[in-house]
Ligand binder design. Sequence first.
Ligand SMILES: [Zn+2]
Ligand SMILES: [Zn+2]
Length: 428
Amino acid sequence: MTPVAAPETQPPRAEVKAAVELYLALHRAPELSGAEHATAALLADRLTALGLTVHRGLAGTPSFLAELRNGPGPTVLIRTELDALPVTEATGLPYASTVPGAMHACGHDLHAAAALGAAARLAATRAGWRGRLLVLGQSAEETLTGARALADDGLYDRFGRPDAVLAQHAAPLPAGTVAHATGGPLMAGSRTLDAVLHGRGGHAATPHLAADPLLMAASAVLRLHTLTARESAPAEGAVLTVGTLHAGTRANVIPDRATLSLGLRAFTEPALDRLHEAVRRVLDAESQAAAAPRPPELTLTARSPVLTPDPALTAALRTVHAGHLGAGRVLAAAPSPATEDLTHLTALPDGTHVPLAYWMLGTTPAATWRAAATEGRTVPANHAPDFAPDLRQALPTGITALTAAARHLLAAGPPTVGAVPPHPEAAP
Ligand SMILES: [Zn+2]
Ligand SMILES: [Zn+2]
């Protein structure tokens, strides 16, 4: 499939080089959720150099919003996350993380470099469009807290509500491709819960005098996993994972409490509500069964709404991307139980929606993809220590996908003598 030439949206060599260097710098120096100070400063400085006005430190976090006012027209917001994960990198790459125990294992460095690349492209071609470009660098996505903090802090009250929000996410699909939702949800909604099971501590030699919270927790973990298997319809796509379990300090001491944290995911809010209540019921029942001295505590620590891209916008951008990348590089994305907190800025509390376009960005090198398919293996995916995006393919694709999407939404600029004619997609 021959891509349609689109000089306004395809980054020239010098811009790709700058984006690659930015990616390498971000990848070498990952910062964990809420502590992305150097990452935010680096990106904000680059955006300032491109001529954008940057509002830093939003909601008392490293999040920033960069703004390029370019005459009357729509407001388009491009969002990138900033945070890395507490994962020890095992890619063996020459530009691997230099920070022990931290890695850009979700590809947020790729998103940031692509967003900056798109901002550079749009700034360089500003004669060809009108409107307002916003680039949001969002802190703390992995903890599902950063977007909520911005929403609670009144981001749109302060800077206006955008006409569309654009975002993409690295995914284990062939590098050089993008994949759009085919209607309906693209990512699950989620709840993160912390639980404390109370027991009565004592000597290991006299368990009959104690109420063992460790046994309660062990039993609860097994029982909790039956909720998705036996209390949720398969079509709800529910997933439950107990991610932490802590109890006790010595082999000869029965502890007085056990703590666990778990995540719930599903594709409808009612399914999440029901599972949340079922978790409470199981923990209460296990405590009662063990004659616990007091009931357990269950706390909701984070949540994210179901991510459903705007159907009309998605259909339009699928066509735009096919025009700029070639139809063979635009795939259909299956719904994923992954979650995304950007929905706090698009599915608003008053029940209205800011149109969201969200697509997956393929990162797997072609050779890896072929070998895995031949041998029936899976390819390294996000959050894995060996997740290694194919930079040379994925980054230019990500820049073009964002730029073309923004240009489709922004108004066409006035024709000027000798200028490249406005792209046909650029009309509002
Ligand atoms: Zn992630
Ligand atoms: Zn992510």
